[in-house]
Design a protein around this ligand. Structure first.
Ligand code: 5GP
Length: 117
């Protein structure tokens, strides 16, 4: 793996509570916390505790955690954004991924535009 895909990221430090985050949900498999640089009134991330750098790295064996991430995102989003919301997974350089620990962005709380550009 290249340096920018090095295994340990800032999100591992959030998982281990080495650095603080505004955590809104946590169980043994995943965690959700507010994005430090929100792009909308609601902007949080759902991440697996397992180190999966990017969606490209997910495999058959990750089926249940991928399902759990999506259902967790849905449950939290439905409460916070009753009028609708958007899920985004940035993957790789052209996808504008900056943290190489898989995460789903949940964005809402205002009218969003489509296409995103
Ligand atoms: P990406 O571009 O990789 O899809 O998104 C990474 C997201 O993580 C960005 O929206 C960025 O604001 C957020 N982020 C980066 N570092 C931290 C941090 O230390 N704490 C929190 N809460 N969010 C972070």
């Amino acid at each position: 793996q290249s340096a920018y895909k090095s295994k340990s990221t800032i999100f591992d430090k959030i998982i281990s509570k080495e650095i603080p985050a505004d955590i809104i949900f946590e169980n043994e498999k995943c965690m959700a916390f507010n994005d430090v640089n929100p792009q909308a009134p609601v902007h949080f991330l759902v991440i697996p505790k397992k180190q999966i750098p990017m969606l490209d790295d997910a495999s058959e064996g990750d089926q249940s955690i991928l399902g759990e991430l999506l259902l967790t995102a849905k449950t939290l989003a439905k409460q916070r954004c009753p009028d609708g919301y958007r899920l985004v997974i940035n993957n790789g350089k052209q996808g504008c991924q900056s943290v190489y620990h898989l995460h789903i962005h949940i964005i809402g709380g205002r009218q969003l535009n489509w296409p995103p550009g």
